[in-house]
Design a binder for this molecule. Structure first.
Ligand SMILES: Cc1cc2nc3c(=O)[nH]c(=O)nc-3n(C[C@H](O)[C@H](O)[C@H](O)COP(=O)(O)OP(=O)(O)OC[C@H]3O[C@@H](n4cnc5c(N)ncnc54)[C@H](O)[C@@H]3O)c2cc1C
Length: 399
């Protein structure tokens, strides 16, 4: 079977849905292909996002499992803790399945055709132009533009050589349980736990409440890190974080896991080239997530949208070559400014030195009432000058 459309989107995660909504809203004939039989499963995210994401994408409040107004940052290494209370809701833990479904409803209402249970296997090429995809069920969908939003598998981007099949880059890996019978501390607060020896060598552990007696409890660390660390599985750190020595032991000891969420994310920063003839790559496929805190949902939605807007301009001008589509990369770079470069520099700071400087500066910011800068850090939205203000001891050394 051969189907034709203007824009073909691969993958119904946040990037693919952001692209499909925007493309069909612009009147382009849009097809979105998803390998799973259900949008939003399996969950591979802790799914915290900011309030403005819910507002900007016209989502109902029910996509939020729990609104969040505070953060706790606890260094198990130095036995210090700081609470930052923003005084009102700044974001929330999403019901991820529901969130993606609501986005899919918008895409469908604007005219997107969604094909489920269909795994894209390779691009259809016309010379060096991508002009559609083939699926494992031997279907062919031809399009003017393909937007690859297939997450870390980056199926089309790899097949056309934009991304090496085997990536050498550092990979973050996360593992969490969603638990019931969790004894709440403050159900409107997210908690982060740090300490190189005590928690994880590089990274952190967290508690994201999803209700009064429910929480996502997890850890993330880095594989292939340049630092010499003893290689242990992510499960080892998760089990230790739930164990008797853990600062949260009393709260989790009677809790039961009812879901496991796990996945990897790239720490290499946005790829050097995220387009080619007839193709754009968005979201995790293009490494468009914050390497500082692992946030990717907001970026995936935004860059899916920018890719679709660029597809609209390209199709309208009948210019599908990479010379034209490089505008997509430029638009993404404009959105990010220098924020991801600053985040990459901060990743070079050795772990415990980093977290202790981090707690010192957060105490100072809290005392001076400058919570805006703290929020900018949490959102990976800092300019270099702002980062220097937050971490004066890193100036000239890492920043
Ligand atoms: C453990 C963990 C915790 C995280 N926590 C947060 C958080 O709290 N907040 C936050 O903002 N970000 C978080 N992130 C990151 C965030 O989840 C991702 O950045 C975001 O989901 C990326 O969206 P995406 O659409 O690019 O990719 P994905 O969400 O991976 O979606 C890709 C889609 O493509 C489909 N697909 C793949 N291959 C094919 C194929 N061949 N054919 C058809 N379909 C295909 C997949 O089934 C999937 O539906 C976390 C990540 C991990 C791993």
């Amino acid at each position: 079977m051969v189907i034709k459309c203007d824009v073909l989107v691969v993958g119904a995660g946040p990037a693919g849905l952001g692209a499909a909504i925007t493309s069909s809203k612009r009147g382009l004939k849009t097809i979105l292909i998803e390998k799973s039989s259900e949008i939003g499963y399996p969950v591979k995210s802790s799914a915290f996002t900011w309030k403005e994401v819910v507002e900007n994408w016209d989502l109902p409040n029910r996509v939020i499992s729990q609104w969040i107004d505070s953060f706790y940052i606890c260094s198990v290494h130095s036995d210090r803790e700081i609470e930052i209370d923003f005084g009102s809701n700044i974001g929330g833990t999403l019901n991820f399945h529901n969130f993606l479904q609501e986005l899919a409803f918008q895409a469908i209402r604007h005219g997107t055709k969604i094909i489920l249970s269909e795994r894209v296997s390779e691009p259809i090429m016309d010379g060096d132009f991508v002009c559609g995809v083939k699926t494992e069920k031997k279907n062919e969908i031809k399009s003017k533009i393909v937007i690859d939003c297939s997450g870390p598998s980056a199926i089309i981007a790899k097949k056309v050589g934009l991304i090496p099949i085997k990536r050498e880059a550092e990979l973050g890996i996360g593992f969490e349980y969603e638990m019931l019978n969790y004894k709440e501390r403050n159900s409107n607060a997210i908690e982060f736990y740090v300490g190189k020896e005590e928690i994880v060598p590089v990274g952190y552990a967290w508690v994201f409440p999803t209700g009064k007696d429910r929480a996502r409890v997890g850890v993330s660390t880095v594989l292939n890190t340049a630092e010499k660390i003893e290689k242990k599985s992510i499960m080892y750190y998760e089990t230790r974080f739930l164990g008797k020595e853990s600062p949260i032991y009393e709260r989790v000891k009677d809790a039961q896991a009812f879901e496991i969420h796990t996945g990897a994310y790239s720490l290499e920063g946005v790829l050097n080239k995220i387009y080619s003839n007839g193709l754009m790559v968005a979201g995790d496929s293009a490494s468009q997530a914050s390497m500082l805190v692992g946030e990717g949902i907001r970026y995936a939605l935004e860059f899916g949208k920018i890719a679709a807007e660029t597809a609209f301009d390209a199709i309208k001008s009948n210019e599908l070559s990479e010379d034209y589509l490089k505008m997509y990369q430029e638009r993404c770079e404009e959105y990010l400014g220098e924020t991801f470069e600053v985040a990459a520099d901060l990743l070079d700071v050795p772990t415990d030195e980093y977290w202790e400087a981090f707690i010192d500066s957060f105490i100072l910011m809290k005392e001076s009432g400058n919570l805006e800068l703290v929020l900018k850090y949490l959102k990976t939205d800092m300019t270099r000058e702002e980062a220097k203000k937050l971490f004066p001891s890193f100036e000239g050394k890492y920043l």
